[in-house]
Design a protein around this ligand. Structure first.
Ligand code: FAD
Length: 258
């Protein structure tokens, strides 16, 4: 299969750098085609702005969504954005790899999402009616592809457990896994998380290679997180609330997983 790793760490000799190198090797050895978008090495432009389009919409003030739509529809996107979209079209599986920084992804990776996920490509797709609310949350341009997070954290596994101070890791990652990956259609595999990175030594790194290797070997067969599709009956449209008989008594992020 074709695997795109979108990698975000400023230092090649970091733990993340070593994990990235290992993943590329493991996937290549298994016969997969691998591309890496190394955002710091590419000096990826993180801010979404008027320069993202080769020609603006006349004299209208810059509008982040409408300018994105105009540029996407008319082949006017800046070349770096179009190249990354081509990589997404090429990929069967996309891995986002990053250190957890302030409970989310590094800003450079957020900027990759904001700019590459154009209007008409990742959102604003499909019909909006009483039956459907666009092609999103399980449908969309990236449907049929798989995605997985590879994340490192300074915090311990217990800090991210069900009653841990940082909140459960599934909750911390929900905006990324559900809001960024499931939204445009990806099937989202459970994340691979390395906790308590300050305690990684050669022995632990060998265990990480083993665990991650297993995950990479089973990318095509691992069951995705069972997020509920938006247009398949679980939600009222257009309120987009769960029907009363779906996950009764449950609220919050967990209710959106079947
Ligand atoms: P490194 O610092 O490069 O390495 C970590 C350890 O791995 C080191 O001990 C190193 O010796 C060892 N190592 C490196 N390479 C190898 C190798 N090849 N073989 C064996 N051992 C190796 N953490 C949270 O939990 N939540 C947060 O919200 C959060 N926010 C942060 C915000 C910022 C701005 C920053 C800078 C850090 C934050 N952290 C947070 C901590 C952060 O998640 C960790 O520092 C990061 O995940 C560590 O990854 P790294 O690749 O930078 O590790």
């Amino acid at each position: 299969m074709n695997v795109l790793i979108v990698y975000s760490h400023p230092e090649p000799t970091s733990l993340n750098g070593a994990i990235r190198d290992y993943a590329v090797q493991r996937l290549s050895d298994a016969g997969h085609q691998v591309q890496v978008s190394d955002l710091y090495a590419m000096q990826w432009k993180a801010q979404l702005d008027a320069a993202d389009s080769k020609a603006r919409r006349g004299d209208a003030p810059f509008h982040p969504s409408l300018d994105s739509k105009h540029a996407f529809e008319n082949g006017l996107q800046s070349d770096d954005i179009a190249r990354e979209q081509d990589k997404l079209r090429w990929a069967d599986t996309v891995i986002l790899q990053f250190p957890l920084w302030w409970f989310s992804m590094p800003a450079i990776l957020k900027g990759w999402i904001e700019r590459v996920y154009a209007y008409g490509f990742a959102y604003g797709v499909g019909e909006y009616s009483d039956e459907r609310w666009g092609d999103r949350y399980g449908e969309g341009m990236l449907a049929g592809k798989r995605a997985m997070l590879v994340v490192t954290t300074g915090g311990w596994e217990s800090h991210y457990s069900a009653r841990g101070i940082n909140g459960p890791i599934d909750d911390v990652l929900f905006p990324i896994q559900h809001g960024i990956l499931y939204y445009p259609g990806f099937d989202v595999l459970p994340p691979y998380v390395v906790y308590r990175t300050s305690r990684v030594d050669d022995g632990r790194f060998a265990a990480i290679r083993e665990e991650l290797g297993q995950r990479l070997d089973t990318l095509a067969t691992t069951a995705p997180i069972a997020f509920r599709p938006q247009n398949a009956g679980d939600y009222r449209i257009p309120a987009l609330t769960l029907r009363e008989d779906v996950a009764p008594g449950l609220a919050g992020f967990a209710a959106h997983v079947a």
